[in-house]
Ligand binder design. Structure first.
Ligand code: GDP
Length: 476
């Protein structure tokens, strides 16, 4: 196809590639970069036309600002276990004004949208907790605009509260604090707010910029205030998307249904998904046979931020996988075949392309593929004192040009959640007198996250120091 479009003989293209050391046959698939290289070698000028030509990124062209229309915010609920995430998600469902007529939200599809009295809409991701959030981010999807941090007023800030704060910060997602369980007689909402100060969260009543709302999921107190806070935050973010284009977005959930086949819940980022569209999601593709909302209603199409279930894919894509609409079935087949092959190639050693190792970072700095002056790190230690001492020492050795930034520092062994956070921020993990559990080790291996173990703070600091100096003076 490429030879044809260049008006060259297939044999010449194949010969050229073999000379380059690539054993290629006539109907093999080459990625866009290779195709570009070949075309240039043959003296042609390359213009990337289809958005899906920009494999694997699929970024496409930016939208004309005039085409942008406001879209509802996508909200995730995070917080410590038992602080009321699920209860709050359930309570918020009933803020929906259209439920009454349409029979309400009947099925859990991984996300739901409510329409408020004001007419505003909010989309909630239905999988509470930061692990789902970070797992998606690790696949490159930033499917959240705003995070609600639930903190129980009788328990205040707990380890997973802190993790949630750090995960949201690393993703650059603004937080709204929901101080929950204020119906309890031993509730101490003020204590929650002061405790949060220690984690760099300053709420408005304390002169900061983070909104905080007192709620009770159980007694249904403060829900309107919470949705108001979300709406306000969404306005500040000026969330907008062009609805009049081919859709792309992200997979939220998927399953193989006995009767219906593969079912995927998706969120459209921009554009409008229509029945009959040809969709590629990860290594799966298909023609959209049906679009259903969480009320079980059939829709002809779905615009930005509306969570819907789609039928028609040839398999169940992973949550966090991006999806995009393409022009033809041939194109869809081409991309998925390419991805399957690419996956096979990279799933071995290269797949763990040591994304988050210090050495890798350094070599990428040296060859100029990345430019950074900041080294994000995750620090896990045996006691709070050592974690603090490490964070402070790292601060001290940082200069104006280069600095080590602790995106998450906590007490305890290394968990899968730590690895996912490190992976999505390209950070190594420094373990001080703690180990990683088996799942975390396996995941780190698979995702190419480096874990360095130390028992002497000085060694750790020394390592970072030399890394930072390497960042300062990249040898060209
Ligand atoms: P999650 O683990 O964060 O999802 O927490 P759940 O939503 O499962 O709630 C944990 C427990 O706290 C359950 O027993 C809930 O009934 C209770 N709970 C949740 N919200 C409130 C609340 O506002 N007030 C009171 N008193 N209990 C609550």
């Amino acid at each position: 196809d490429l030879a044809g479009r260049m008006n060259e003989r297939v044999a010449d293209v194949v010969k050229f590639m073999i000379n380059q050391g690539e054993m290629l046959r006539g109907n093999d698939i080459v990625d866009a970069d290779t195709a570009e290289l070949i075309a240039e070698e043959f003296g042609h000028t390359v213009k990337r036309v289809a958005e899906s030509d920009v494999e694997i990124g699929l970024e496409g062209e930016a939208d004309d600002p005039a085409s942008m229309k406001p879209r509802p915010p996508i909200v995730t609920i995070m917080g410590h276990v038992d602080h009321g995430k699920t209860s709050l998600l359930d309570a918020l469902r009933s803020t929906d004004v259209v439920s009454g007529e349409a029979g309400g939200i009947t099925q859990h599809i991984g996300a739901y949208q409510v329409q408020l009295k004001s007419g505003q809409k909010i989309t909630f991701l239905d999988t509470p907790g930061h692990s789902a959030f970070t797992a998606m981010r690790a696949r490159g999807a930033n499917a959240t605009d705003i995070a609600i941090l639930v903190v129980a007023a009788d328990d205040s800030v707990m380890p997973q509260t802190i993790e949630s704060i750090n995960h949201a910060k690393a993703a650059g997602v603004p937080l709204i604090i929901a101080v929950n369980k204020i119906d309890l007689h031993d509730a101490q909402p003020e204590k929650v707010l002061t405790d949060l100060l220690q984690h760099d969260i300053q709420v408005e009543s304390m002169g900061g910029s983070t909104q905080a709302v007192q709620v009770s999921a159980k007694s249904r107190i403060g829900l309107d205030e919470l949705t108001d806070a979300i709406t306000l935050q969404a306005e500040l973010l000026e969330l907008a998307a062009n609805p009049d284009r081919a859709a792309d977005g992200v997979v939220i959930e998927s399953q193989l249904d006995k009767g219906r086949g593969p079912v995927a819940t998706i969120l459209v980022n921009r554009g409008t998904l229509k029945r009959g569209d040809i969709v590629v999601a990860g290594a799966q593709w298909g023609k959209v046979r049906a679009i259903t909302d969480e009320r079980g209603q059939q829709l002809a199409d779905a615009g930005p931020s509306l969570p819907v279930e789609v039928l028609g894919l040839d398999g169940a894509p992973d949550p966090g996988e991006p999806f995009v609409v393409v022009d033809t079935e041939a194109r869809a087949r081409e991309i998925t075949e390419y991805r399957v092959r690419n996956k096979r190639q990279v799933s071995g050693k290269a797949g763990a392309a040591a994304r988050a190792s210090l050495d890798q970072l350094l070599s990428r700095l040296k060859d100029g593929t990345v430019e950074t002056s900041e080294l994000p790190v995750v620090v896990k230690g045996d006691v709070q004192g050592s974690v603090e001492a490490i964070s402070m020492s790292l601060d001290k050795i940082s200069t104006e040009e280069v600095r080590a930034r602790v995106i998450h520092g906590a007490v305890g062994g290394i968990s899968e959640s730590d690895v996912l956070l490190a992976r999505s921020s390209n950070a190594p993990i420094f373990a001080f007198n703690v180990r990683a559990n088996k799942q975390a080790r396996d995941l780190a291996e698979k995702e190419g996250v480096e874990i360095r173990y130390y028992s002497v703070i000085y060694d750790l600091i020394d390592d970072v120091k030399s890394t930072l100096s390497g960042m300062l003076a990249p040898e060209k």
